[in-house]
Design a protein around this ligand. Structure first.
Ligand code: KG4
Ligand code: ZN
Length: 366
């Protein structure tokens, strides 16, 4: 079954075509990130306008790569650079080889989501193909199933760690998911972003930069100076909002003076990264043990973090549990995993029953 999926939940516009939930046939993506870096945060109106600008070129690009026609660049499309020749190529698109469409309906920014959902509905009508609504957070979990040479065994414990969410979900099977715990306040990605900003590393998404800074620290001589919130708590809930205040205290001039100057920022970055990863790994492996799972799945932007990947793998192996994480390009937002989630656990719905829902939780049905 071949599914064309559209993802427009935030500042990425993406379209992908995936066979049987696992084989990526085409993928294209445009992002408005650089605009939000200038303003130091996302301006929903700006993101939505960029979605409108990019949606047609991105869909066209995915379709053109699918049909083996020339594509500008299958991974990144700049709408202003789209070759007019591609419009002619569209006439030869073999849409008869597409079985269904899928689209992210939430969570995300309402103005951005509407662009993708309405485009998907229009294509569904024009091509007479069923449309499958997808929860973006479930999508992050399914990034693990794409082009994965290892078989994912159930039951599995999934950790969804993105800029807006941190959730632990038990998958007994594709259609049997249970919420186990998650953050009570800030998401792990938000903790990375806010502390990266405090350290002067970035104004918008700082996770990668903070992680790169941390990599420059050889030994963490301030280990344990930041809290590992709720790590000893019996529940599987987490809390990351206090971390920012604790980091602020750490970067106060008198405290910084106590740390050798050149090492100050990398050391603090390393301690932030270790604090977040310690909590995520401890909660996930404890949940994995309690529910006797055979696999651990990481998903979401923060699953790109190399310390999280390596520490989770190390701890998982101690318990003979296979730890899976997506390739880097499938950690952050894209449409490939939306198609995969649609294939494994989605159901088509009549177009007038498909709605945008900006505040969907990971367990909410769509
Ligand atoms: O899943 P995603 O692309 O967007 C949301 O759905 O939220 O996740 C973005 C988040 C941001 O907070 C970003 O800083 C974080 O993922 N992130 C990372 C890394 N790469 C992205 N955090 C830590 N280490 C990384 N290497
Ligand atoms: Zn996401």
């Amino acid at each position: 079954m071949t599914i064309l999926a559209i993802e427009t939940s935030c500042d990425e516009t993406a379209c992908a075509i995936v066979k049987d939930g696992v084989t990526e046939l085409a993928s294209s993506l445009a992002t408005s990130k650089e605009l939000h870096e200038k303003t130091g945060g996302i301006v929903p109106e700006v993101a939505a306008r960029k979605q409108v600008e990019s949606i047609v070129p991105v869909i066209r690009d995915a379709l053109c790569s699918f049909s083996k026609a020339q594509a500008v660049n299958p991974r990144l499309v700049n709408p202003r650079l789209v070759n007019p020749q591609l419009i002619a190529d569209l006439r030869n698109i073999p849409t008869q080889n597409l079985d269904a469409l899928a689209v992210t309906v939430g969570p995300g920014l309402v103005g951005s989501l509407v662009v993708g959902v309405e485009a998907a509905k229009a294509l569904s009508l024009a091509w007479n193909k069923p449309l499958i609504p997808v929860n973006h957070l479930v999508g992050h979990i399914y990034a693990n199933f794409v082009d994965n040479k290892e078989k994912i065994e159930f039951p599995a414990m999934a950790l969804v760690v993105s800029g807006g969410h941190t959730d632990l979900v038990l998958l007994k099977n594709h259609d049997d998911m249970k919420y186990i715990g998650g953050t009570l306040d800030d998401a792990a990605g938000e903790a990375f972003d806010k502390t990266a900003r405090l350290l002067g590393l970035s104004k918008y998404l700082g996770g990668v930069l903070l992680s790169n800074e941390a990599a420059q620290c050889k030994t963490n001589s301030i280990k344990g100076s930041l809290p590992r919130p709720m790590i000893k708590d019996d529940s599987f809930d987490m809390s990351f909002s206090g971390l920012k205040t604790a980091v602020r205290r750490l970067v106060e001039p008198q405290l910084i003076a106590a740390i050798p100057k050149a090492a100050a920022r990398p050391e603090i970055a390393r301690e932030v990264e270790e604090a977040v990863v310690d909590v995520l790994v401890s909660k996930t492996t404890r949940a994995a043990k309690k529910y006797n799972v055979r696999s651990i799945l990481l998903g979401g932007g923060v699953s790109a973090n190399s310390r999280l990947r390596s520490e989770m793998t190390k701890e998982g192996h101690k318990m003979s549990i296979n730890v899976h994480y997506p390739p880097l390009r499938l950690c952050t937002d894209n449409a490939v995993y939306i198609a995969s989630a649609a294939y494994f656990c989605g159901k088509p719905k009549p177009l007038d029953k498909i709605f945008v829902n900006p505040s969907l939780g990971v367990m909410d049905k769509v």
